[in-house]
Design a protein around this ligand. Structure first.
Ligand code: ADP
Ligand code: MG
Length: 635
């Protein structure tokens, strides 16, 4: 099968990125496949191309509503039929979407793993002619992964319903254990992994031990030209830091999940178009954002794990030109991080208590509430039950990962419209109600598919075109809704909680103690690895990260802070290795002062170079001088 035309027609790309074509061919041949490509490596194409090229429907399982929405929209923009089923959609919308997958010619269906395993979907799967089951962010299936989501474990349940459909698992971060685990949990018929090296040759990883982080940040912004992202943990700090930078002449803005989606869209847009140079953000920024020429990513706080760090830092330099990934760190971060970790695992008892309070808060009877979405004000909730909001937040996060509820923070559903009448009926209505005629015509001109499916609209856009105020547009849509001409769902901005299961009594709420403990331990290990990265003074940063992901054959990067320091010694890596191999055993075995070592060294290298290397080794603590100035080799 020639795939090039598909790539060119729908994406306008002339060639595949490394491994894309191999992965696509493997899928088309019907093989279960695991694709391990770095963020930005082009994973979506790996299921979208076969999804288009092969007859039938491609189901995409994804954990994040925001990403699903973007992808569905992007496909639609290319004229490809795609639908997504998310929490917060009405039953009518869901039924309609599912019907279109069974009877219509929809090519892509996006949904969460919880949804995939509902009876509604299971009962229709056989009729859907599924050509591929794509599992995005597949590391979520592994309890060793940094983002374990138990509902992922149930994905394999549907395999028996579509036994001839291959599975494609995709992830950007997986250690060796996780790679094996993904294939096992998804019941791969045989092992089949395509993996690209995680090495980023153009990215210089730098760690600064720094008390005055702001000053250092300013220096970086002044020194490195081009756009950047600054990550901080705390929402409030995003604003403070961006203001602070602004006052010092750096064009900056801030971003976090607490802003309205409109604010977030505008800021993201301004930054993409380079009207803002630096975005100061929580980790909410960056997912699904594709800007190739980011020149630096600075972390003001320690991320939770090397996985998270690698993903976030990796947003710099996608264009393969030199870029910087900088981590600012000081000793107090270690304490903060340990506390943060403790708090993100509320005691099981607390989690259960909060679950119970939540049910009371919404006045849900035990056994009811399934699939119900309710507006939710976390601060008010916490106040009502006199609990720490941070604790409540983390407990909800935990329950979300367990698949009991979905907790969306101002994850706005855009406004959407679908006609409830057919073409003819609408025409008759227009004739009978000339007042609405121009408006309906404009609507039909502006959007396609309005008769078949819920279509995303923008009231502001319509208002501009019609030259009328936005409020009038909304009023018109509401009128038409009330007259049952169309179904209009206005955008909602309030954070929502959706119960995915009926409310149960606390005793039935099963969170296994072992699973919980395990998860806490793995999470602590990742945190410790991250601290080690920050504190290490001898290991090339790139090698450290690659080693963490199980790549052992990589080379020193030559451009991280550790390598640069060593380069200052002015020796080639061959000379360095030769010298270390010579002096290490001697220092370990003999009692030598520096002079004694130099006096007896048999190597064809200037004394200056030898001294440089030893000075470097002393600086980084590999070599120390003990009593009587005897040299010692520390590991
Ligand atoms: P991932 O999911 O691996 O992080 P995406 O699928 O979001 O990456 O793709 C990242 C970007 O790379 C997208 O803008 C996509 O259009 C682009 N891209 C993917 N494949 C190619 C290709 N073969 N040629 C050029 N650009 C590509
Ligand atoms: Mg992706």
């Amino acid at each position: 099968m020639n795939l090039q035309p598909v790539l060119l027609k729908y994406w306008g790309f002339s060639s595949f990125r490394p491994l894309q074509e191999e992965i696509i061919r493997s899928v088309i041949e019907g093989e279960d496949t695991l694709a391990l490509l770095p963020t930005g490596g082009g994973k979506s194409l790996c299921y979208q191309v076969p999804g288009i090229a092969v007859d039938g429907l491609c189901i995409v399982v994804s954990p994040l509503i925001a990403l699903m929405k973007d992808q569905v929209q992007a496909l639609k923009d290319k004229g490809i039929k795609a639908v997504g089923i998310y929490h917060g959609l009405s039953k009518l919308e869901i039924d309609n979407a599912v019907d279109n997958c069974v009877y219509g010619d929809v090519k892509f269906l996006y949904m969460s793993p919880e949804r995939l395993t509902t009876d509604l979907i299971r009962s229709r799967l056989e009729k859907m002619r599924v050509n591929l089951l794509a599992v995005d962010e597949a590391h979520c299936i592994s309890q060793w992964g940094y983002d374990f989501r138990p509902p992922y474990l149930r994905i394999a349940e549907v395999r028996e319903l579509i036994p001839n459909t291959p599975i494609l698992a995709l992830t950007a971060t997986a250690t060796k254990n996780v790679v094996a685990d993904i294939q096992e949990k998804l019941q791969f018929r045989k092992a089949n992994v395509f993996q690209r090296s995680f090495e980023r040759k153009n990215l210089a990883y730098i760690v600064f031990r720094e008390e005055d982080k702001l000053k250092r940040l300013l220096r970086i912004c002044n020194k490195v030209k081009g756009t950047g992202v600054v990550y901080v943990r705390n929402r409030k700090r995003t604003r403070e830091i961006s203001d602070w930078l602004g006052q010092r002449g750096i064009s900056a803005d801030f971003y976090h999940a607490g802003l309205t989606s409109k604010e977030r869209d505008t800021r993201q847009d301004e930054w993409m178009k380079e009207r803002i140079r630096v975005v100061v953000s929580t980790n909410a920024f960056g997912m699904g954002i594709d800007k190739p020429n980011v020149r630096f990513v600075v972390h003001m706080d320690l991320p939770d794990s090397p996985e998270a760090y690698f993903q976030e830092a990796g947003r710099a330099g996608r264009d393969d030109l030199k870029a910087y990934a900088v981590l600012l760190f000081n000793q107090s971060d270690i304490i903060d991080m340990k506390q943060f970790h403790e708090r993100s695992f509320p005691p099981l008892k607390e989690i259960k208590k909060i679950y119970n309070s939540l049910g009371n808060y919404f006045q849900l009877a035990i056994g009811s509430g399934k699939e119900q979405s309710m507006p939710f004000d976390l601060v008010h909730f916490a106040k009502t039950y006199a609990m720490d909001p941070f604790l409540a937040f983390n407990a909800l996060g935990f329950l979300e990962k367990e698949g009991y509820l979905a907790f969306s923070e101002a994850l706005a559903n855009p406004s959407r419209v679908m006609f409830l009448v057919n073409n003819e009926e609408l025409y008759r209505f227009q004739v009978a109600n000339p007042r609405y005629d121009p408006f309906i015509k404009l609507l039909l001109r502006s959007y396609t598919g309005l008769f078949n499916e819920f279509t995303r609209i923008r009231e502001g856009e319509i208002a501009n075109r019609a030259g009328i105020p936005e409020n009038t547009v909304k009023k018109m849509l509401e009128d038409l809704h009330n007259m049952q001409i169309l179904h209009y769902k206005a955008q909602n901005e309030t954070p929502m909680v959706t119960f995915l299961e009926e409310r149960m009594s606390v005793n039935d709420l099963i969170i296994s103690k072992e699973v919980y403990q395990q998860r806490k331990i793995y999470s602590r290990e990742r945190m410790q690895a991250m601290m080690e990265y920050a504190q290490s003074e001898t290991k090339c940063r790139s090698l450290f990260l690659l080693g963490y992901f199980g790549e052992t054959k990589a080379q020193r990067c030559g451009q991280c802070d550790i390598c640069l320091e060593r380069n200052k010694a002015g020796v080639s890596s061959y000379e360095y290795k030769q010298l270390v191999e010579l002096i290490k055993p001697r220092i370990e075995r003999e009692q030598l002062t520096l002079e004694a070592l130099l006096g007896t060294l048999d190597i064809n290298m200037s004394e200056e170079k030898v001294l440089n290397v030893i000075r470097y080794l002393k600086d980084v603590g590999t070599v120390t001088e003990g009593t009587n100035r005897i040299l010692q080799w520390k590991k």
